[in-house]
Design a protein. Structure first.
Length: 135
């Protein structure tokens, strides 16, 4: 959802979430409705909270991350790297998930969906951001 919102910005973050789930439901219907695995309610709530949180605080998150990226501008990053950094920053500032867990999960996400070379960027920026927060 975050990469879709990045590529197709919408004025209303809720519309991004609604469009994603409508697409998901249409894919389930095209699958023949054969009882395939559906997204559990708790997981949908978890995802929605994060996407709405990131999109609702996007300007603040980007402003906080920008000075932490040496010789890089957030607009020059790949879409996946940008989404993962934003999600990680939001989780660090808005949840009680331990810093190490947030950073490790972000590194795993970028490794899985982008390039292993992006791991050090995500790790370094989120580590600096975590250290800048007062908990």
């Amino acid at each position: 959802m975050l990469t879709a919102a990045d590529l197709n910005p919408a004025a209303d973050p809720q519309s991004v979430v609604d469009a994603f789930w409508a697409q998901h439901e249409s894919l389930d219907a095209e699958d023949g409705g054969d009882g395939g695995e559906k997204v559990p309610a708790w997981l949908r709530k978890f995802a929605d909270e994060r996407v709405l949180g990131v999109l609702g605080e996007l300007a603040e998150i980007d402003a906080a991350l920008a000075p932490l990226m040496e010789n890089w501008d957030i607009s020059r990053l790949g879409t996946v790297e940008r989404a993962v950094l934003r999600l990680g920053a939001w989780e660090l500032r808005s949840t009680d998930i331990p810093r190490g867990v947030v950073i490790n999960e972000a590194v795993d996400l970028v490794n899985w969906f982008s390039s292993p070379r992006s791991r050090s960027l995500v790790n370094g920026v989120l580590d600096k951001y975590a250290k800048s927060l007062k908990r």
